[in-house]
Design a protein around this ligand. Structure first.
Ligand SMILES: [Zn+2]
Length: 67
């Protein structure tokens, strides 16, 4: 099966940073305006809606499906 769903569904609650959770901290990620180029391309091709979130601590970015 092709990997055409590379982005997880957005969680119901607060979006916690995976990277920070590995070190035991619960850091809530913040909605971020810019999507990475590959995510924007994917959203256009799949006609899906994506939202990126950015961690204020480690600055990692995660992209979620919001539809
Ligand atoms: Zn983090």
């Amino acid at each position: 099966m092709a990997n055409n769903q590379p982005y997880p569904q957005i969680p119901d609650g607060p979006v916690l940073c995976d990277t920070c959770s590995r070190t035991g901290s619960k850091v809530e990620m913040e909605p971020h305006k810019a999507l990475p180029a590959e995510a924007r391309k994917w959203a256009e091709e799949q006609d899906a809606e994506l939202q990126s979130y950015r961690c204020p601590e480690c600055e990692s970015v995660q992209v979620f499906r919001v539809d």
